[in-house]
Design a protein around this ligand. Structure first.
Ligand SMILES: Nc1ncnc2c1ncn2[C@@H]1O[C@H](COP(=O)(O)OP(=O)(O)O)[C@@H](O)[C@H]1O
Ligand SMILES: [Mg+2]
Length: 281
């Protein structure tokens, strides 16, 4: 494309500002807190530097699994029932409340994390109390644990707002959990694209991914994680507003299965940065 690039590190504050000076586009190949949660997007808006991906609001809401589920649910997207574990009660008290409300097993996970960090499945009151106790500071939630297939769905949106949903990708692991190690390639994981579910379920996944993308106000591209239960129910878990963009990554895998090359995918993302998204946030 004939684009001149330079890499900037968010942790290197001084060089970050100098490096952004005069940049025509900030290509956000970064994830997690401080980068995927609207803070970086806010900085770039303030500096007037166009950037790739979703704007401030969708990034902030998308990073919070409880708020994003509430918004997506309002648009008819189905998600596992879950509750926040606020630091206002003891782990024992929480465990009793969660068991009454959701039953067991549940999955305990951070509200604002990614990469399957800090996920624990609790099948007994004892393991539930331990999971809550072991978790450090920061928001925590519990959700009904639904055994099933872990499926991810990529959504591409062009600058005029036309939505294109990529073929759903299934990550198959021995215990069904798409864990940190499986994501990093250090535990067994087989990928299937399209996911090994019925045509109707594939359609349901695509419809719900598009609905969540729009309900959350995402822009340009997003990746949605689902569980397809043993009964074939499609349950939305979360959005990734800055999903991994490596050549062998999940989004690139789905794009390729749809006949979209890695170069075309990256070009789509770069072109999206030209839109003024301020009106949306
Ligand atoms: N409620 C659930 N029931 C069954 N499996 C789940 C549930 N929530 C998460 N998982 C498993 O954990 C993985 C990571 O969960 P996710 O909510 O996407 O968080 P993260 O932001 O860490 O990726 C999912 O891909 C799935 O394999
Ligand atoms: Mg996920």
């Amino acid at each position: 494309m004939g684009i001149k690039t330079r890499s900037l590190d968010l942790a290197d504050r001084e060089n970050l500002l100098a490096g952004l000076d005069g940049a025509s586009v900030a290509f956000l190949a970064i994830a997690g807190r401080g980068a995927e949660d609207g803070r970086l997007q806010g900085l770039l808006e303030t500096l007037g530097v166009p950037y790739t991906g979703s704007g401030v609001l969708a990034s902030a809401v998308g990073m919070n699994k409880l708020h994003s589920k509430a918004l997506a649910a309002a648009a008819g997207v189905r998600a596992p029932r879950g509750v926040e574990i606020a630091p206002t009660a003891t782990a024992d008290e929480h465990a009793v409340g969660i068991e009454q409300l959701l039953g067991l097993p549940v999955i305990v996970k951070p509200v604002n994390e990614g990469g399957s960090i800090g996920l624990q499945v609790a099948t007994t009151m004892e393991s539930l109390t331990t999971a809550i106790t072991e978790h450090g500071d920061g928001g925590l939630m519990a959700e009904v644990f639904h055994p099933g297939r872990s499926v991810s769905v990529g959504v591409l949106e062009d600058p005029l707002g036309a939505i294109h949903v990529l073929p759903p990708l299934e990550a198959q692991t021995p215990n069904g959990l798409y864990s940190y190690a499986a994501k990093r390639g250090t535990a067994a994981c087989d990928y299937h694209c399209p996911a090994r579910v019925s045509t109707e379920t594939l359609e349901d996944l695509r419809r719900q991914a598009a609905a969540a993308h729009c309900a959350l106000g995402c822009y340009s591209y997003s990746r949605h994680d689902f569980i397809v239960t043993e009964a074939g129910e499609v349950l939305w878990l979360e959005v990734n507003t800055l999903p991994g963009l490596s050549r062998g990554g999940n989004l690139a895998r789905m794009a390729l299965a749809d006949g979209i090359s890695y170069e075309q995918l990256v070009t789509h993302i770069v072109r999206g940065a030209n839109i003024d998204r301020r009106a949306r946030t």
